[in-house]
Design a protein around this ligand. Structure first.
Ligand code: ZN
Length: 439
């Protein structure tokens, strides 16, 4: 099973190699890394390039000799003559990514240092000793251990089992034919990206990213809503409940409802967070980054990812089971921090993060079923009364009711009581969608 990462996955193939090819693979990898290190130096000398849209052009102008650029500042051809353009660009891109990652962690380090300084001012004012800032700045990456990425200009597929890769023979870069241990197959709906060479203790491999094609075979919303039989699967993501889902038609009639409780998960996550907070109090370490209480944070993060996978799976299965063509979500909007204990606030923050992930995973899983996802503005979706149409829905104060009753609401206009608030949410979201797309 390929690893799921957003809309891409990676297929790995063993290469059948002889010793002469192996030498060339190794040699090419070394040269590639010399190029990456070279560009790391270029980006280090030109830090303003980082985060700029023109980084590739700037790096090429600084290094690549052409008729129109006869004297580049850092002539790459003096150390790597004839490096194929695809490998050069891949090396620039690799170096750029490394430099950018360094810059971001360097900025974090600097911010932390400034915060520490400010805290120390307060400490000194209170007559306490300042705490010495001992964190070392992240080191700029000078060497690279990357795997060569083969852009389209440097590789050719001969058939499912054979690829031509440009390799350095000791004299020149030439195409060499290499066999794959298994045939390379692009699954339906995917497009293959640039393959990269990877050396494993078991031998050389070719790693090929597969990118999901977003729009292939999918109809647009405007076409879908013309069908009077269209069913919408409307999802309201919540905190106490992971999700409330209804199947509606384009007139707003509800055909099925499903609640996915989040109580157990919330409880478990809250317990981890309480442990972390307690540990922080005990050791008096302010949590910065993930290094502190790492095993507990790992548990939290695994739980979050597990929730997102589980809930998105249920959403898409429910939609598919009822033949829905579109799954409608709300945009997440801004996180409004709640009052309460530290672990409670953390729990809420993570819950918010999980919602975003549930949406992303649902979108991905839905695409596999040929279902599209759509999002609507969340404003007032839980305020409109499904009976009188006014924005007069109020939630009950939860008090000490049982979980099922926690989310009850009533209408202050038509005086309808005991309406499920999450259910109203999905009706509001469905209405928003219809107002936007079905009128
Ligand atoms: Zn009402």
């Amino acid at each position: 099973m390929p690893h799921l990462h957003g809309f891409t996955k990676t297929s790995k193939y063993k290469l059948i190699t002889r010793s002469d090819i192996e030498n060339q693979l190794l040699c090419t990898t070394k040269l590639y890394n010399i190029a990456v290190s070279y560009y790391l130096q270029v980006f280090q000398d030109h830090p303003k390039t980082l985060g700029q849209g023109q980084w590739l052009i700037i790096a090429e102008t600084l290094t690549h000799r052409t008729k129109f650029n006869p004297n580049p500042v850092y002539p790459l051809d003096t150390i790597l003559p004839n490096l194929p353009s695809g490998l050069r660009r891949a090396a620039i891109s690799e170096a750029y990514g490394l430099a950018l990652a360094w810059q971001s962690s360097y900025n974090n380090w600097q911010n932390k240092k400034v915060r520490q300084k400010e805290k120390n001012k307060e400490r000194v004012a209170k007559g306490k000793k300042p705490i010495v800032f001992t964190d070392r700045p992240p080191q700029y990456p000078e060497e690279s251990n990357a795997w060569p990425v083969y852009y389209g200009t440097e590789h050719k597929w001969l058939d499912k089992n054979h690829i031509m890769l440009k390799l350095y023979t000791g004299k020149a870069y030439v195409y060499r034919k290499i066999a794959l241990a298994e045939p390379f197959i692009v699954p339906d709906g995917y497009e293959a990206g640039s393959p990269s060479l990877v050396y494993k203790p078991t031998g050389w491999e070719l790693h090929i990213p597969l990118v999901l094609q977003r729009k292939v075979g999918l109809k647009k919303i405007t076409t879908l809503v013309k069908n009077p039989e269209l069913k919408l699967c409307v999802v309201d993501l919540g905190i106490t409940r992971h999700a409330t889902i209804t199947i509606q038609d384009t007139e707003g009639r509800v055909y099925a409802t499903k609640f996915i409780s989040g109580r157990k998960d919330n409880h478990l996550r809250k317990r981890y967070l309480e442990k972390i907070v307690r540990l922080q109090k005990k050791t008096r370490i302010i949590p910065e980054g993930e290094r502190f209480a790492k095993h507990l944070w790992d548990k939290v993060s695994n739980l979050n990812d597990d929730i997102a996978h589980r809930v998105s799976k249920q959403i898409v299965e429910f939609a598919s089971h009822h033949g829905a063509g579109i799954i409608v979500f709300e945009h997440l909007g801004n996180l409004k921090p709640e009052k309460g204990t530290k672990s409670r606030r953390l729990n809420q923050k993570l819950g918010y993060w999980v919602k975003g992930r549930i949406f992303r995973y649902s979108q991905y899983k839905a695409l596999h079923q040929g279902i599209i996802t759509s999002r609507v503005n969340p404003k007032n979706t839980s305020k409109r009364c499904p009976y009188c149409g006014m924005l007069t829905i109020e939630r009950y104060n939860p008090g000490n009711r049982c979980e099922a009753g926690n989310d009850l609401a009533w209408c202050t206009n038509c005086n309808t009581h005991d309406i499920n608030a999450d259910f109203i949410g999905t009706l509001g979201i469905g209405l928003k969608f219809r107002l936007r797309h079905c009128s």
